[in-house]
Design a binder for this molecule. Structure first.
Ligand SMILES: [Zn+2]
Length: 120
């Protein structure tokens, strides 16, 4: 399997897509105006994640499309509902942050689901 094909790719779009595909970070905007970034939650829960790219919004993120086509998103995305995933996207790779669960560890099922979502 080609590892490069399993990274998150940055895709520029003019409007927010109705349907989000796995392993794509959509950067929504026109020209130099970037409105938001959209992606499926990498844990596999199926949630659509939308992050504002508008400077001055609170919170807001910075999205980058690298020359190799991969995407970066910072700062980290921390869901406060549902799966409570907390991750950062760095050059196409999902870097998971310390879990915010009381137990402090993610279950094996979580990782299996995340891996399955990534390979989809
Ligand atoms: Zn999730």
């Amino acid at each position: 399997m080609n590892n490069a094909a399993l990274q998150y790719a940055a895709v520029r779009v003019a409007e927010r897509p109705d349907h989000l595909a796995p392993r794509i970070l959509y950067i929504v905007g026109e020209g130099n105006d970037r409105f938001c970034a959209a992606m499926l939650c990498p844990c596999g829960c199926g949630a659509d994640l939308y992050m504002s790219l508008v400077v001055g919004d609170d919170p807001s993120w910075r999205a980058r499309a690298h020359r190799d086509g991969t995407a970066s998103l910072s700062p980290s995305v921390a869901r406060t509902t549902g799966c409570r995933s907390h991750f950062v996207l760095r050059q196409g790779r999902v870097v998971w942050c310390t879990p915010q669960t009381p137990r402090g560890r993610r279950s094996r099922r979580f990782w299996e689901r995340a891996r399955a979502a990534f390979l989809r």
